[in-house]
Design a protein around this ligand. Structure first.
Ligand SMILES: [Zn+2]
Length: 503
């Protein structure tokens, strides 16, 4: 067999294991009975190990390494496939089976401890595990084999972790972007706090039955032109998107009867992830490069549909009459303007996942600064809860009453470090490409008239198409002709919320 065929065959087998694990994960997070979960968890770990084993087969590795030599004579797709496989190879190469197993055991324990700690609002239950996870992450980072370019870029363990989620991103690049964001957002927030504007909120907690909310979900996906022959919506504790195959991408939501906006914006957010996965070139699947999209790219798209489209005046004007038909008893005494303001309330709060567009980035910056110090050894696990509370008080002016609503609120640190910043980077990207799109045509006008086709087509052509073949910095430059900057996002916040709050 030709070595590219050997490579493709190995990648196909690994992908089959990954997809099978995804199906089980989806089942586990949605419908499986509580006592079935432990076994499903074991199956997932088994399948993931099998995928790694495929990639470590000597024949696969030798085909990969020898094909690197003539990468210049390959076509664009083959080249992308080899590059992607080589990156994965270097990440996995020095991690033995025993180490991988011990990492995974440690994470499972950490997850259980985190759950218990959160339930009891007691950080001390989690602290030992957290220390272990930090050590694991540092070890994983130091075991990565770097090529020459990467060696020049990644100057610390934390840089190596960042790069796992956002390729090429370093603290050197990120620090000034976050510093500028922090300064401008804190100053905007101050003005909002001092504004005399009162936004009406009584209708936001009106009871909307689950059946009605399901109708709303369906209406939103119709408006967005989501292909429901290749996707579905299920329910889980926390909303997520899972890609099983080219023709099967699924999302979940959670229906809170007294918070109907929560479902609306979960559907908008997850549908963004869904469309990115579903509307990517078919070749991405044929050449096994679907993981080339970084988390920052993914969050940029989900937040584009959730916030830039979903919380815009024109989108509200498009869906308000439709909502009025579905839930007249909730909205008949609420004007379109009141509804628009209601979905855009800004309020410093303790919980990241409930944060508005303005304060959200501050929640991320807090986590970024703390995790950077934890990995760098400048902050100890014991000092973490206090440092957390101090930063919340400084940036948001709120202080958690206990660890459950403070440092224990997110699951991420029971396994991953370097992940959080991608949420904020996503906002920077989508504001940059929103402006580029808006130069090509009037986005507000397209949305108001229900022409989402125009927007989706632009996204497919400019945003989705090359995402898996370019690094994030090449990709954003390819779309906008500019380097990554938070300015477009910060200008957008100033302008939009200046109008909402009459500043
Ligand atoms: Zn997301």
């Amino acid at each position: 067999m030709d070595r590219l065929d050997v490579l493709k065959e190995g990648l196909r087998r690994a992908e089959n294991f990954r997809a099978a694990a995804s199906y089980i994960n989806f089942d586990m997070s949605t419908i499986s009975p509580e006592n079935a979960r432990a076994h499903e968890g074991e199956l997932i770990a088994f399948l993931e190990n099998e995928a790694v084993r495929e990639r470590k087969e000597p024949s696969f590795v030798s085909a990969l390494l020898s094909s690197l030599k003539d990468i210049d004579s390959m076509d664009e797709w083959e080249r992308a496939m080899v590059k992607e496989a080589y990156r994965t190879y270097r990440i996995e190469k020095n991690i033995t089976k025993e180490e991988a197993y011990s990492f995974s055991l440690q994470e499972q324990q950490a997850f259980l401890d985190w759950e218990k700690a959160k339930k009891n609002a007691d950080f001390s239950i989690f602290s030992k595990s957290l220390q272990g996870v930090i050590e694991n992450n540092k070890k994983r980072a130091s075991l990565r084999e770097l090529d020459e370019t990467e060696k020049g870029l990644m100057k610390s363990d934390y840089d190596r972790l960042l790069d796992m989620y956002e390729r090429g991103m370093t603290t050197e690049i990120l620090d000034p972007l976050f510093d500028e964001s922090k300064e401008r957002i804190v100053s905007l927030l101050e003005k909002i706090k001092n504004s005399k504007k009162k936004i009406r909120r009584d209708f936001l907690t009106r009871k909307v039955p689950t059946e009605k909310q399901k109708e709303i979900s369906k209406m939103l996906q119709e408006v967005l032109l989501v292909d429901t022959t290749r996707s579905l919506i299920s329910e889980s504790a926390h909303a997520f998107t899972d890609r099983m195959a080219y023709d099967d991408v699924r999302i979940t939501t959670h229906y809170y009867e007294d918070q109907f906006l929560s479902n609306i914006y979960s559907i908008m957010h997850e549908s963004g992830h869904l469309m990115f996965d579903m509307m990517q070139p078919k070749e991405n699947h044929e050449y096994f490069i679907t993981e080339g999209k970084t988390l920052g790219m993914h969050e940029s798209v989900s937040r584009f549909y959730e916030n830039r489209i979903g919380r815009s005046k024109s989108f509200i004007s498009l869906i308000y009459p439709r909502l009025l038909e579905i839930i007249p008893e909730t909205l008949s005494d609420v004007s379109e303007r009141e509804f628009y303001e209601g979905v855009n309330i800004v309020e410093p709060s303790l919980i990241r996942t409930e944060a508005d567009e303005v304060t959200y980035t501050l929640h991320i910056i807090i986590r970024y600064e703390l995790e950077k110090k934890l990995i760098g050894g400048e902050l100890s696990v014991e000092e973490l809860p206090k440092a957390w509370n101090e930063m919340y008080s400084e940036l948001l002016g709120v202080v958690p009453e206990n660890d459950a609503e403070g440092v224990l609120q997110d699951v991420h640190w029971s396994s991953d470090f370097g992940y959080f910043p991608t949420y904020a980077i996503g906002n920077f990207y989508n504001s940059m490409y929103y402006n580029a799109m808006n130069r090509d045509f009037d986005i507000g006008e397209a949305v108001r008239s229900g022409n989402l086709e125009r927007i989706n087509s632009w996204m497919i052509e400019r945003v989705f198409k090359k995402a898996d073949r370019l690094t994030p910095s090449e990709w954003i430059f390819d779309i906008t002709g500019r380097e990554l900057t938070p300015c477009d996002f910060l200008d957008y916040l100033d302008e939009k919320y200046g109008e909402v709050y009459g500043l």
